[in-house]
Design a protein around this ligand. Sequence first.
Ligand SMILES: C[S@@+](CC[C@H](N)C(=O)[O-])C[C@H]1O[C@@H](n2cnc3c(N)ncnc32)[C@H](O)[C@@H]1O
Length: 332
Amino acid sequence: MGVIMHAIPAPAFLFNLCVGYFAPRCLHLVTQLGVADVLGNTPMSSEELARATGAHADSLHRMMRMLAAHGVFERRGHGWVHTDYSEHLKERHPQSQRSFVLMMGNDINWSAAGVLGGTLRTGETACDAVSPGGLWPYLRARPDEARIFDAAMNSKSHMAIGAVLQGMDFHRYEHIADIAGGRGHILTAILDAAPRARGTLFDLPDVVAHALTHPRMKGQAGDFFTGPLPRADVYLLSNVLHDWTDPQAIAIFRRIREVAPPHAEVLVLEMMLPEGSEPHPAVAMDLIMLSLTGGRERTQGEYDILLAEGGFKLDRIISTDSPYSILVGKVA
Ligand SMILES: C[S@@+](CC[C@H](N)C(=O)[O-])C[C@H]1O[C@@H](n2cnc3c(N)ncnc32)[C@H](O)[C@@H]1O
């Protein structure tokens, strides 16, 4: 019947749901303040943390209490200590999520979410109403925010890198092209795992200019709607198609198809929307796309149709331990 049974009464459930946005807001602000890096191995009081970060002690205390209620930081006596979740907010944690949290809390995200009612009426991307031209020109005009965005993709890619290395054997490819690969965090991890392969990182000029370096990776700056793409044995599209509408996603496939040799494969790494209404991270990600980029998350069947329209046929689907799946397409 599609009825979800909740353990708590409906009024309390709806109260929690509608006030829930304060938890992410506290997470953004406390992360921005750098509390996770200031807090060491011994408990620190809210006053000590406030002094060290330049915050207002009582406001910080109340935000820390909200975060602790979600398992991020923990109260010990009169002080605060780390939990595994808050450890991941440290800048130097090997799987740091700091940049992703900062990016999700930046002004453009909150402003776009604030005008999402317009999207509900018209279907127009909320971000475009806040910043004409949308997200990518917005970032190009603000290098500091652009660097946070790129670093956020790096943070988010820990899951994607695990998924791609678990799901695929890259040894059989000589030349791997990562299309819209950001700073190259996924491509460099793939090249480390496939010592005979070389890679091309393709992205917008200012992104490629700040990319990571790898002895077997070269950068190619361009626009995948207009510029020439590299000729390669395999094309990775990780978290790219979900930024775009169906016609734009098909256009990206077609641009690849124009240069791809007949044996080439295309790997689509995305979260697949479930067919039903079960919880899945792709559901929230879909609304982020609705708000920010005008793109969308898709079901496996919907990706299958885009591949076919773009000149590829679905060869196989690889599920991973993460929310990501890999669709492998071959030249049709
Ligand atoms: C969501 S990020 C994904 C980055 C990376 N593939 C990953 O999985 O972490 C989307 C990327 O698309 C790039 N991009 C946006 N518009 C583009 C265009 N017209 N041509 C090439 N790259 C573009 C952005 O610069 C950004 O790096």
